[in-house]
Write a protein that binds this ligand. Structure first.
Ligand SMILES: NC(=O)c1ccc[n+]([C@@H]2O[C@H](COP(=O)([O-])OP(=O)(O)OC[C@H]3O[C@@H](n4cnc5c(N)ncnc54)[C@H](OP(=O)(O)O)[C@@H]3O)[C@@H](O)[C@H]2O)c1
Length: 339
């Protein structure tokens, strides 16, 4: 049994966009490093509302312009696209600034915890004819393209069951425990939710068991999603224990299993029908590891801009909204009110 090769975008064939970054923190640092190493994109400006941070980030990544105001960055004529990398409660306002200035936007996940804000971002972007894309980077990874080809070719028959876990002891990560910005379900759970959405679409029923902290945030959740055709998904998300992040898709004729962690470059395996059938693998040997994998979504973004697309074909606006609706509905079940 051999697995297909991923259909990769050649970074040399996409427009070399001029990027600005808003909110240069941890993920923006990963982004800037892989953009330089693995793409033909250019980062021309950075803005931070925290005194001194833009200057320090600019000098670490050799970025010519450092600013202390987001509006100054989005108004610049030498910026084509803006990477919104601040915390989720700030995504809407930052994205609207950039969109209103006519810039394409790549917005970190989760897009926002308030669904009405996500809807208004997408509506405004469509009206201004700019690309707006949630940075659900996993969807653009080579291993996910291999899995997508396997699903499309019917390699596992009809998909019936997704099992996925994302459990990481994030008790010392301050932003994880800020209402409106964090919550393990919203922050980490959006990955298994997005995987389920990619495979099955939107669920018809959902349920969750949660360990809820005194402040109302989830320490740990186990969620169940059910679909009209009988398919189902289960995922556990914990912010207090470490577990290898596995994910698999089982169907009538076989199973697809991602390497760990399933949301970063690793590998994907395929086994045929039968309990414990031998597995054939496609292994990511690109040398791009961890958050270096953000480069794939950046290349895809530039490709879409070059093609005049207003949304990602791999995660449409409606796909992003569907994921937010699931997170919101699950969170509501244990009393965490987003929108
Ligand atoms: N794709 C991934 O694998 C991945 C991994 C980690 C995080 N993320 C996502 O990326 C986004 C940023 O996460 P991060 O870890 O990079 O965050 P971070 O380093 O803690 O902060 C990023 C920026 O958010 C703003 N910020 C931070 N704390 C704030 C506060 N208390 N009040 C107001 N603004 C604050 C600051 O913007 P200014 O500089 O303008 O002040 C900061 O530079 C989140 O949406 C997160 O879910 C994605």
């Amino acid at each position: 049994m051999s697995l297909p090769e991923p259909r990769l975008i050649d970074p040399a064939t996409v427009p070399s966009l001029r990027w600005g970054i808003l909110g240069p923190g941890w993920i923006a640092d990963q982004f800037a490093s892989t953009v330089r190493a693995n793409t033909t994109q250019r980062i021309v400006a950075v803005a931070s509302q925290t005194p001194g941070r833009a200057r320090a980030f600019a000098s670490a990544h050799d970025i010519p312009v450092a600013l202390s105001r987001y509006d100054e960055l989005v108004e610049r004529d030498d910026v084509d696209a803006v990477y919104i990398a601040n915390l989720p409660s700030g995504h809407h306002d930052a994205a609207m600034l950039a969109i209103n200035a006519g810039k394409h936007v790549l917005i970190e996940k989760p897009l926002t915890q308030v669904i009405a804000q996500a809807e208004s971002i997408f509506a405004r972007a469509r009206a201004r004819r700019v690309l707006a894309m949630e940075a659900m980077w996993t969807r653009y990874l080579p291993q996910v393209d291999v899995a997508r080809q396997l699903l499309d070719a019917g390699a596992i028959g009809a998909p019936r069951l997704v099992l996925a876990d994302f459990c990481q002891d994030n008790r010392s990560l301050e932003r994880m425990w800020r209402k409106g910005d964090g919550s393990p379900l919203w922050d980490m759970g959006i990955y298994p939710i997005a995987l389920c959405q990619m495979v099955f679409g939107e669920p018809d029923l959902l349920d969750v068991r949660a360990i809820v902290r005194e402040d109302g945030l989830d320490a740990e959740t186990t969620s169940y999603l059910g679909y009209a055709n009988g398919a189902r998904a289960t995922f556990t998300v914990s912010g207090v224990v470490d577990v290898p992040a596995h994910a698999l898709i089982a169907g009538d004729e076989g199973v697809i299993e991602f390497g760990q962690p399933f949301f970063a470059p690793s590998r994907v395996g395929l086994a045929g029908k039968g309990f414990n059938s031998p597995m054939a693998y496609w292994v990511d040997e690109s040398g791009i590891r961890g958050h270096g994998g953000l480069a794939y979504q950046v290349n895809a973004f530039a490709d879409y801009v070059g093609r005049g697309l207003l949304e990602s074909p791999l995660q449409t606006h409606e796909d992003s909204l569907a994921c937010l609706r699931v997170a919101s509905a699950l969170a509501e079940r244990f009393g965490l009110d987003g929108s």
